[in-house]
Design a protein around this ligand. Structure first.
Ligand code: LMR
Length: 400
């Protein structure tokens, strides 16, 4: 009965790892998926995560019971504080509902499903380009996906005029997906002044912000700085949705830990919204897993562990920034044609190189360097040892 089923294509991002794993070359390099690697090219478990896990193992009172549908209460409270700020009036006034979800993707999906059921406008505007999973998540949630201009390939920077025009002509009430910081895949963010203009425009048209915050602490090295865009929208008293992921900033990729917060105008609304979120979650996966959320809650509520986390987070962010400098210098040394200053200007995990599909295919075939076909490279996958190999490949690709 299944013989008609056709072979599906690999995922454009996770499929890069599948191809990488099949390559026997000793010089192969995976710059596809956004996953942090050490200078030795190894995945990193943060020391603070090991310490938190040790505490959890030693606590014999811990059991493996089901969590509530909305997840671990401490985790939810602390996650809202982390993104909105400890002194957020919205939290103080109980206008925020936070539910634990399966990392960023799960939080986006639950938020999307909630909007499709309970919000009057079905259009969601996503930036062009954006993370490849965004359009799929929201379409399957039942929303109608549209795009707004974001990146200008000519300047390799923000197309601010295009963004304002497109949001300006969106229907009143439309949902707008915003990357809180470290835009994926471009590494290009609005300045604080531009954020303020975006906020004013969106509020004047009653556009509903849905933030995807996957890199808090990774862009600038500061948790507060990377949350500024979200906090700006919450400070004006209006509604917004925020999807948080702890995959990158705590290195908890496979633990699938994230949260969806919905900021409402009043406490009674937030409580009714939460009751409906439970109806979305229960038939989907019943309730979320306990281990990853316990690690996060343990770290966020302990002053010493929290401090240890911020130091390790900053070290990861700084290593990525140093990779940018090294790659930029290596291309300059080689006299590679073109202006490569965007490598040091862009922020976060990725560089949007400007290399085209053919150049990417050439680099994979000849140099065993794996990256997404849009020319995005994960700077977090690079090390001082592998920078020369990448620079050689880029040089060969653009001069051939
Ligand atoms: C990425 O963009 O590489 C990451 O967010 C990982 C993923 O799930 O795609």
């Amino acid at each position: 009965v299944f013989s008609h089923v056709v072979q599906a294509p690999e995922d454009p991002i996770l499929g890069v790892t599948v191809a990488y794993n099949k390559d026997p070359s000793p010089v192969k390099l995976n710059l596809g998926v956004g996953a942090y690697r050490t200078e030795e090219g190894k995945p990193l478990v943060l020391n603070v995560v090991r310490h938190a896990e040790q505490q959890l193992v030693n606590d014999r009172s811990r059991v493996k019971e089901y969590l509530p549908i909305v997840g671990l209460a401490d985790f939810n409270k602390l996650s809202a504080k982390l993104i909105l700020g400890a002194d957020s009036p919205a939290i103080r006034e109980n206008r925020v509902t936070t539910v634990q979800c399966l990392s960023g993707t799960g939080s986006l999906r639950v938020g999307g499903e909630f909007l499709a059921r309970h919000y009057h406008e079905r259009s969601i505007y996503i930036p062009l380009p954006t993370w490849g999973n965004h359009p799929k998540v929201f379409t399957l949630a039942g929303l109608s996906v549209k795009t707004y201009r974001y990146y200008d390939p000519k300047t390799r920077g923000l197309d601010f005029q295009g963004l304002l025009e497109d949001l300006g002509s969106a229907p009143s009430g439309a949902v707008v997906l915003l990357h809180a910081c470290a835009h994926n895949p471009t590494g290009v963010d609005p300045t604080p002044q531009q954020w303020e203009q975006i906020r004013q425009l969106m509020r004047s048209k009653a556009l509903l912000p849905f933030f995807d915050s996957a890199y808090q602490g990774f862009a600038s090295g500061s948790l507060d700085t990377d949350a500024q865009s979200v906090r700006m929208f919450v400070a004006d008293g209006g509604e917004c949705l925020v999807a948080q992921s702890y995959a990158k900033n705590m290195g908890l990729y496979g633990e699938r830990v994230g949260a969806l917060s919905i900021v409402c105008r009043a406490a009674d609304v937030a409580s009714r919204v939460e009751s409906q979120l439970k109806l979305v979650i229960r038939p989907m996966y019943s309730n979320p897993p306990i281990h990853g959320a316990s690690i996060v809650a343990t770290i966020l509520k302990d002053r010493n562990l929290f401090h240890e986390w911020t130091i390790e987070l900053k070290a990861m962010a700084e290593r990525i920034i140093s990779m940018r400098k090294q790659l930029f210098d290596a291309l300059r040394t080689r006299g590679t044609p073109g202006d490569w200053s965007h490598i040091i200007k862009q922020i976060g995990m990725f560089t949007f190189t400007g290399l085209n599909k053919e150049q990417v295919a050439f680099m994979t075939k000849e140099y065993h360097i794996y990256m997404t076909s849009d020319g995005r490279i994960s700077m977090a996958g690079l090390s001082s040892r592998t920078v020369p190999h990448l620079a050689d490949a880029i040089h060969a690709a653009v001069t051939r």
